[in-house]
Design a protein around this ligand. Structure first.
Ligand SMILES: Nc1ncnc2c1ncn2[C@@H]1O[C@H](COP(=O)(O)OP(=O)(O)OP(=O)(O)O)[C@@H](O)[C@H]1O
Ligand SMILES: [Mg+2]
Length: 309
């Protein structure tokens, strides 16, 4: 099961899934394990792309221009030109080409893709041969956001050639965990999803560097389903900097101790702050009673003062 957010669906409907005037090159940018790669394969499936017509290039600084164009080899004394799998696939009809971690592509290599990725949809190589994009030859590029370890910025002129979907972790991760690991108790999947939200909030506000991806949550559930307890699974699947152990343990305690209850609509839900809210309400009532008592006593004092005269 792939859960798609409203924003992602709207983006795809207006680009690669549009019934006409498709935009066939798009980028996906989002944190580790948020579902970029799975989204590419989900779209490939929705478009009924043959598995042999889905080609991935893992980009890195070591990718050369030959990996996206052609290279020469000598066979039986003759020089032979070999078309790279990526170029070959981009020229195929009904194909999906996936350039994963494209920000890692050296800028002088990326530039060779320019004409293939924009409205020209073709590239002419130094040998004079022109390669044209196939019909419905989708190209996905994906990356972690700038600022992630090792992610540098790609040239603006390159980025200008395609729309980018900025992805985040989906809402309803508990439903995903439940469907992937039905033997894990439902309240535990809800607690894990809440824990992930806490971690991400403190990461967003720069209080913490610990990350908790959908991938980590799925691994935790896998371990729990295999008989492991929550806290062992949590420690095994999260990469927590040493100075954040205590803070993360505190968040885990808060999330794992949360009770599941039924909301107004009768749906099961979990509220980490329900306990705190209840305590605050009691204190507010006590304060109100104390204030009323004080007001009553003040009246009495005023009355007595009047009598003394
Ligand atoms: N929206 C989602 N629906 C279903 N599964 C998801 C979703 N998001 C993530 N996952 C699951 O989480 C795991 C990680 O997802 P994926 O590999 O697609 O992430 P990614 O963004 O490509 O990560 P990375 O940046 O590390 O390459 C996969 O097992 C995938 O099935
Ligand atoms: Mg990926």
């Amino acid at each position: 099961m792939y859960i798609i957010s409203k924003e992602a669906q709207a983006f795809l409907n207006a680009t690669v899934l549009a019934p006409k005037n498709k935009i066939e090159t798009v980028a996906l940018v989002g944190p580790a394990g948020c579902g970029k790669t799975s989204l590419v394969f989900e779209v490939a499936q929705q478009l009924n792309t043959k598995p042999s017509h889905v080609v991935t290039l893992m980009c890195s600084k070591d990718v050369t221009v030959h990996d996206i164009s052609t290279s020469k080899t000598v066979e039986d004394g003759n020089v032979k030109e070999i078309v790279s799998p990526v170029l070959e696939n981009m020229c195929r009809d009904n194909s999906v080409t996936y350039l994963d971690e494209f920000m890692s592509l050296p800028a002088d290599v990326a530039v060779h893709l320019n004409s293939m990725l924009d409205h020209r949809k073709e590239v002419t190589l130094p040998n004079g041969k022109t390669y044209k994009r196939g019909k419905q030859a989708i190209v996905f590029l994906s990356s972690n956001p700038i600022g992630y370890a090792g992610v540098k910025r790609q040239h603006g002129g390159f980025m200008d050639r395609f729309p980018t979907l900025k992805m985040g972790y989906i809402d309803g991760e508990d439903k995903l965990l439940q469907s992937a690991f039905p033997n894990v108790p439902k309240p535990d999947t809800m607690r894990l999803a809440q824990f992930a939200k806490l971690i991400r909030t403190s990461q967003r506000t720069k209080e913490s560097r610990t990350e908790c991806s959908t991938r980590s949550l799925l691994m935790m559930c896998n371990m729990i389903e295999n008989g492991c307890d929550m806290s062992t699974a949590l420690h095994a699947c999260l990469n927590v900097p040493q100075d954040e152990f205590a803070a993360v343990a505190e968040m885990a305690k808060l999330a794992m101790g949360a009770e599941v209850f039924k909301d107004d609509k009768g749906d099961e839900t979990i509220d980490l702050f329900a306990e705190k809210d209840k305590k605050n309400k009691t204190l507010e009532t006590e304060l109100k009673t104390a204030n009323e008592t004080i007001a009553g006593l003040n009246d009495k004092i005023a009355q007595l003062k009047g009598l003394i005269s």
